[in-house]
Design a protein around this ligand. Sequence first.
Ligand code: DAH
Length: 340
Amino acid sequence: MSTLASLEERALADLRSCTEEAALRAWKTRYLEGEVDQAVKKIGTLPPAERPTYGKQVNELKKKLTAEYESALAAEKERALERSLASAPLDVTLPGRPVQRGRLHVSTQTLRSIYAIFADMGFQIYRSPEVEDDETNFGLLNMPEHHPARDMWDTFHTTRPGVLLRTHTSPGQIHVMRELCPKPIRVILPGMCYRYEAITTRSEIMFHQVEGLAIGEHVTMADLKGTLIAFARRLFGDQRKVRIRSSYFPFTEPSIEVDVDCIVCAGEGCSLCKRSGWLEILGAGMVHPVVLRNGGYDPACFSGFAFGMGPERIAMLTYAIDDIRQFWANDLRFLRQFGT
Ligand code: DAH
């Protein structure tokens, strides 16, 4: 018992002489984790009769020293904070460092507007691969080998024969038809496409497209017209005039192209619309019977419409952007102009 009393006395005297956090931690190692711990372990070596009294005292000592240590440590931390504030005053009125806020790329913003409009019309998003085979990119879309229409798409071929980077999202039509046949389909297929072209203000080697495909037992040209006119009005505004022209694509019959009246001159004729008063926004048509059959659908029972558009082109028309190279140039002065 007298050892415990002297241990307490020594420990408290030492504790009072500690003026730094490091010294306090050293004190803890020496006493709480050292001598006090030893004293606790001694209980087991005592004759049973002495254990209760000794045990009680040693536990009280431990509790007391722990409490003293904790309050000394808290007091020291408080003093350290005061010392540091006194040596380098903190000015809480200084303005904070500005937080740089990012924004979505103009293409992503355009894609999302397109998704939202078609989602409201019941179209789901279907993803299909960017690396395609020749057969799906061309053959199954009614362009057999050596078909002159293949010249419409300058192609990046890979070193693997027959493997290429898709030149348009239309091969996705084959993937979705083969997966869902014979169910009805109403999807859009967005994604990146690649073309082996000279990069100019009007053409890039990579760009997005959004393909659309609807297949059912009674899908007609009227459905296609209604869908595309509703889409153009929602994207460009209710006042926009929409024009439908006949066109040619190997995978649709009949094929059409859709124009809106020029956003700059409203039809008067300017340099953006090349004096025509109209801007082309997409190609479309009724899915060719050969393509339906390649997708697994019997053209005698099913019909469908398809369309394809370029979001970069649509963004260019919307914001009067005159150089498509801006999209992938990563120039913040350009990108910061779009969105908040
Ligand atoms: N794939 C065509 C292109 O890249 C766009 C297109 C036109 C897609 C008509 C279609 C369509 O689905 O029906 O130029």
